[in-house]
Design a protein around this ligand. Structure first.
Ligand code: HEM
Length: 485
């Protein structure tokens, strides 16, 4: 070892003799293949990028904690929610959806709101958005939907025709489209927006009793949105505006916080509620199921290293802990597969052993090997089950609660098809100024569509939500509401 405690080393730990001049034959070169430090440095550099997330590629993250403010153990046995005052460390990643990892923060797009709770019983990931609903309600439509949000295969440009063609042919998107086109479509900062689990989840208590829940994170900073002109200016001048704001606020000790609330629906209500409670394009009325406070999330620490913590963070809607389970929501069901699969591809089979993803609970299982298996890989301990060597065993109490299933196995559409009441109610709730901006945003976004049939089909949907809504958009586009609506 060198006597210099600050010596530069290769990745295999040997001291580097020269990091400024490559080894050459004579002072003019050529370079020598035997300069293994140069080879390693260039080769490692070539591999610095891992694939960016196929969606939600641009993001910012922060560490914090979650503290329980109300005991809801009558509804869930989740240990991290078990008593008032209990604190659980957590990590959050905010993101935009459609843009690449270097894209602008202040675009009109939903914002990802992905939370990892490092609980004593394993990691619980709540991978939500800043909107309570989504554009589609069956996982089988997700790749097609995302294609319309990404770039055209020939021009490599964003394609408004594809966006509005898909939305107009998928009327279940209307609720989320209306939210996206409203003032909330461009938050002022990541600190000034709410977060939602969006799907319905199942909570199970210690007696095995089930309720359905929806999660709402309410910002304590208040909701603030960006004026569209300012947003466009910022997108050009400071594409990392939101990322910078979050980092600087936390660095200055101005820790953003959110209160977590849940809506709780008794298990049996799901059979008779006026909207399908497992349809992620719908909200539950807060008059029917009021918000119940659970706790408070505070972000108080910036990442030390963006790549290690934010880029390599892997959130999965399937990472549950005892007391929290999946609902039959068809989107959620697809997501239970999609994320862990993305993580194995994007980060690797051992992504959960990276420091940012590693549970605080000890991991004991019979998984071995795989690429980048750092750590002891189980050493010489027993590597199969059942075994007679005292290896880890299952906890029957952690089994998901049994549930009834019925009906014929088939590919069937939802039987609840009211796509219009909730977006219409939202429109009617807005002030005149808010309606004007909503209509302007939609007209601005639809103007580049070069096919009139697509515009007319979409106008029909807005009209069905509220006739005035449809008429104002038609007028803004210089068209009339089609007679067939
Ligand atoms: C990221 C798939 C619906 C929120 C991702 C990723 C995939 C994906 C593959 C990248 C994961 C990674 O590389 O780490 C899907 C599929 C969906 C779906 C197949 C529908 C079936 C949704 C919905 C929401 C949502 C409904 C919100 C309610 C997010 C968030 C991220 C994400 C927040 C970023 C997570 C992070 O920060 O690492 N999605 N998604 N997605 N998705 Fe989805």
């Amino acid at each position: 070892m060198s006597s210099n405690p600050n010596n530069l080393t290769t990745s295999w730990g040997a001291p580097v003799g020269d990091n400024q001049n490559s080894m050459t034959a004579g002072s003019r070169g050529p370079s020598l293949l035997q300069d293994v430090h140069l080879l390693e440095k260039l080769a490692h550099f070539n591999r610095e990028r891992i694939p960016e997330r196929v969606v939600h590629a641009k993001g910012a993250g922060a560490h914090g904690y979650f503290e329980v403010t109300q005991d809801l153990s009558q509804y869930t046995k989740a240990n991290f929610l078990s008593e008032v005052g209990k604190r659980t460390p957590m990590f959050i990643r905010f993101s935009t959806v459609a843009g690449e990892s270097g894209s602008s923060d202040t675009v009109r797009d939903p914002r990802g709101f992905a939370v990892k709770f490092y609980t004593e019983e394993g990691n619980y990931d709540l991978v939500g958005n800043n909107t309570p609903v989504f554009f589609i309600r069956d996982a089988i439509k997700f790749p097609d939907f995302i294609h319309t949000q990404k770039r055209h295969p020939q021009t490599h440009l964003k394609n408004p025709n594809a966006v509005w063609d898909f939305w107009s042919l998928s009327p279940e998107s209307l609720h989320q489209v209306t939210i996206l086109m409203s003032d909330r479509g461009i938050p002022a900062t990541l600190r000034h927006m709410h977060g939602f689990g969006s799907h319905t989840f199942k909570w199970v208590n210690a007696e095995g009793a089930v309720v359905w829940v929806k999660y709402h994170f309410k910002t304590e900073q208040g909701v603030k949105n960006l004026d569209v002109k300012l947003a466009a200016q910022l997108a050009a001048e400071n594409p990392d505006y939101h990322t910078e704001d979050l980092f600087n606020a936390i660095a200055a000790g101005d820790f953003p916080a959110w209160k977590l609330y849940v809506q709780i629906m008794p298990e049996k209500d799901a059979d008779t509620y006026r909207f399908d409670p497992f349809d992620v394009t719908k909200t539950w009325s807060q008059k029917d199921y009021p918000l119940i406070e659970v706790g408070r999330m505070v972000l108080d620490r910036n990442p030390e290293n963006y790549f290690a913590e934010v880029e390599q963070a892997t959130f999965s809607p399937g990472s549950f802990v005892p007391g929290i389970e999946a609902s039959p929501d068809k989107m959620l069901q697809g997501r239970l597969f999609a994320y862990a699969d993305a993580h194995r591809y994007r980060v690797g089979a051992n992504h959960n052993s990276l420091p940012i993803n590693q549970p605080k609970a000890e991991v004991r299982n019979y998984q071995r090997d795989g690429a980048m298996n750092h750590g002891t890989n189980g050493g010489g301990s027993v590597y199969y089950e059942p075994n007679s060597y005292g290896g880890p065993t299952e906890s029957p109490a952690a089994k998901p609660v049994p549930f009834e299933v019925s009906g014929q196995a088939d590919s069937v559409a939802y039987d609840h098809n009211d796509h219009y009441t909730q977006p219409g109610d939202l429109y009617r709730l807005l002030s005149e100024d808010e309606r004007t901006r909503l209509v302007e945003n939609i007209v601005g976004a639809m103007t580049p569509v070069d096919r009139e049939d697509i515009k007319l089909r979409q106008i029909g949907h807005f009209y069905k939500a509220d006739p005035e809504f449809g008429q104002r958009i038609a007028a803004g586009l210089g068209l009339a509401v089609p007679d067939s609506v």
